[in-house]
Design a protein around this ligand. Structure first.
Ligand SMILES: Nc1ncnc2c1ncn2[C@@H]1O[C@H](COP(=O)(O)OP(=O)(O)OP(=O)(O)O)[C@@H](O)[C@H]1O
Ligand SMILES: [Mg+2]
Length: 166
């Protein structure tokens, strides 16, 4: 499994990092997000949604109470927050397994509360490094996700300053 570690120094930079990834997504994908309360998972998800083409005027709210919000971008986006789920059964009732092979992108906050959510995925683990600094550990399982991780890293190193979002 390939890994990429980096840090961001602001909410804006985290949103840009998400945007950079979203802009590169061209096929179905599962993004497993983990990290403490306030680590920046929703901020990152919002950036990803914009990069995937969800229009700026569509608010990307945290799905903490709804469990899942969906959006239409270049691909359909399903934004989950599993924090309040206690049983994996509820997940299946929610139909997660039905959404994913259908050509959409799923981004799942608190994915580490459950195991076996996916076999092929991009995993992003956030942690606090300071008031405005967050650490990211990114990893991929499966060759499409691995390929995407490599493109994401390259693109970020090449042009993070030029990403016009956030
Ligand atoms: N580098 C940074 N990246 C992201 N957010 C940051 C950063 N520095 C400070 N922040 C602040 O941290 C908070 C992140 O909130 P966000 O809702 O994205 O976290 P979360 O991980 O989704 O939390 P929750 O577990 O409650 O869903 C915001 O208030 C944001 O302004
Ligand atoms: Mg959140």
């Amino acid at each position: 499994m390939e890994r990429w570690n980096l840090s961001t120094d602001s909410e804006t930079e985290t949103a840009k990092l998400g945007f950079c990834l979203g802009a590169l997504i061209d096929r179905p994908l599962i993004v497993l997000l983990s990290g403490d309360l306030g680590a920046g998972k929703t901020c990152f998800s919002r950036g990803l949604a914009r990069g995937l083409g969800v229009p700026e005027e569509v608010p990307i709210a945290s799905p903490s109470y709804t469990l899942m919000n969906s959006y239409r971008g270049r691909l359909e986006l399903f934004h989950f927050d599993l924090y309040r789920l206690s049983e994996p059964d509820e997940l299946l009732e929610l139909g997660m397994e039905d959404y994913l092979p259908g050509g959409g992108v799923a981004i799942i906050e608190w994915a580490d509360l459950f195991t076996g959510l996916a076999q092929q995925y991009l995993a992003v683990r956030l942690s606090h490094e300071g008031p405005e600094r967050r650490h990211f550990e990114c990893a991929a399982a499966g060759s499409p996700a691995l390929n995407l991780l490599q493109r994401w890293r390259r693109q970020w190193h090449k042009n993070s300053a030029g990403i016009g979002y956030g």
